[in-house]
Design a protein around this ligand. Structure first.
Ligand code: NAD
Length: 482
């Protein structure tokens, strides 16, 4: 069994303690033994990143741009290996995993080009002869804490802009998916990035994640994960040195299906939005808010599509939906299905764990109908392939329910009316709004993030990322006497 160590100061370092990484499609399959880091490993990684910072911050734009391009090319060259690891340790289907790996490569390529466009501004001063310039400077060491559900896309969309704008990085991936992060570190090692610019420490969040937030050498923390952990991360990061903080958290996202919807579009959007990636997406549209006039037809059509979804081993040909990531996640999904029954929901499809040829955490795609928006199953993030239907009488009620939740990450509407689409976009409280498409997908070149309990701090991705990964200096220059 192979042992995998942390990546600190340009080399892989052997760990002392290790955790098994198991395949959720077949729990007999141990992917590898990954180092379980402690506080000393974080301290060593932060020290390496601090030492590397001045030279990297001062490196020319072409050096940084070309380094990111090499990482993008390295990910592409190892796409098959990365996607196989991702599917094996996280449970996304191979097709979904390939898509995620491609996106990670595209993100590095994007920031390789984006920094060549990044510029400050020049203003005339109020005093005569004076000019004012703004410049965007790197912050220093960035602590990156990531979840298991996008084990390469999220590390990429945080690391690429961090590095592009001249910062150095310590990445702490989720305990359940160290393998993909380790391979990303290996791609970065091969790319020839200077020692210490990118570091990886694996292990338990409450030990090494919290150490990263407390570390005096870290200037900013960018976190994606659950709302409860995120709140603690922000508190600690501010308390320990007033670090800059960015949080991307949970969601409970609505998809509104109006009476004038094209039903094919609505069913396709619900299928992808609620069940894609086994429903384990922060942007998953798990609340289907459906107009009474099309309710029965929509539910019948969605159920008939769900009957065709093959659940199985994430890496097997023909699998449409992989397993839940872990036994705990599967149990949480089943508990919420049980709670839905207690709250009065009807089971329109699924609801059962599946026992297949391999021991894995398989669950039927599940649809609960006859639900009310104020029930817990409609207010709390389930994070599995479980969607609910909320029947509404009119458009205003649909908008009210869409917004009536603590979260505000994504929202969607299916309608043929341009006026309604525009009105929904104006009244939705979500950060990501979709019309006539699945609300779960997003693109890497535009701002990403939510509102209310879903996000905190500045937006990620696209040009918006510069706001978080740099600090602005304003330079006043007076020419003095000639
Ligand atoms: P999680 O909060 O359990 O863990 C996220 C990361 O935080 C992990 O690396 C974990 O080890 C670390 N961590 C745990 N305790 C910590 C502590 N005390 N201090 C510092 N770090 C700590 O989340 P998860 O289960 O990995 O991911 C699922 C959650 O992520 C869902 O709620 C989902 O909605 C959310 N998510 C949000 C987005 C978004 O962009 N809004 C994207 C993906 C996932």
């Amino acid at each position: 069994m192979t042992h995998y160590g942390h990546f600190i100061g340009g080399s892989f370092v052997p760990g002392t303690d290790f955790d098994e990484n198991r395949n959720p499609s077949d729990t007999r399959d141990i992917v590898g033994l990954y180092a379980r880091g402690g506080e000393a490993d974080i301290d060593a990684a932060v020290a390496a990143a601090e030492a590397a910072f001045p030279a990297w911050a001062g490196a020319s734009l072409s050096v940084r741009s070309e380094a990111l391009r090499r990482i993008a090319d390295g990910i592409t060259a190892r796409q098959g290996q990365l996607a196989d690891m991702l599917a094996r340790e996280e449970g996304k289907t191979l097709g979904e995993a390939i898509g995620e790996v491609r996106r990670a490569a595209a993100t590095f390529a994007y920031y390789s080009a984006e920094i060549l466009h990044a510029r400050g501004a020049v203003y005339d001063g109020l005093a005569s002869g004076q000019s004012i310039e703004t410049v965007h400077r790197p912050l220093g060491v960035i602590g990156i804490i990531t979840p298991w559900n996008f084990p390469i896309a999220i590390p990429a969309w945080k690391s690429a802009p961090a590095l592009a704008y001249g910062n150095t990085v310590v990445l702490k991936p989720a305990e359940l998916t160290p393998g993909t992060a380790w391979l990303l570190a290996d791609v970065i090692r091969e790319s020839g990035l200077p020692d210490g610019v990118f570091n990886l420490v694996m292990g338990p969040g409450r030990v090494i994640g919290s150490r990263l937030c407390e570390s005096a050498g870290v200037r900013a923390i960018t976190f994606t994960g659950s709302s409860d952990v995120g709140r603690g991360v922000a508190r600690s990061a501010v308390e320990h040195g007033l670090k800059k903080v960015q949080l991307e958290l949970g969601g409970k996202n609505p998809l509104v299906v109006m009476d004038d919807a094209d039903l094919g579009t609505a069913v396709a959007a619900a299928l992808d939005g609620a069940y894609g990636s086994t429903g384990q997406r922060c942007t998953a549209s798990s609340r289907l808010i459906v107009h009474d006039a099309v309710h029965d037809e929509f539910v019948t059509a969605l159920v008939s599509e769900l009957q065709t979804v093959t659940v199985g081993d994430a890496r097997a040909a023909g699998t449409r939906m992989g397993p839940a990531v872990s036994a705990e996640q599967l149990q949480q999904d089943l508990d919420y299905i049980g709670l839905g029954g207690e709250e009065g929901a009807e089971l329109a499809f699924g609801g059962e764990a599946l026992h297949l040829a391999t021991p894995g955490h398989f669950l039927q795609p599940t649809l609960l109908t006859g639900t009310r928006n104020d029930w817990r199953i409609n207010q709390e993030e389930i994070f599995g392939p479980v969607a609910t239907v909320i029947r509404v009488d009119d458009y205003d009620e649909a908008v009210e329910f869409a917004n009536d939740v603590d979260y505000g990450l994504s929202a969607g509407i299916i309608t043929r009316s341009l006026a309604r689409a525009r009105d929904f976009s104006a009244r939705s409280q979500a950060g990501l709004i979709s019309v006539n498409r699945s609300p779960a997908g997003s693109e890497y070149h535009v701002p990403f993030g939510g509102a209310k309990a879903s996000s905190y701090g500045s937006r990620e991705q696209g040009t918006a990322a510069r706001e978080f990964f740099t600090t602005t200096s304003t330079i006043y220059t007076h020419p003095g006497e000639v």
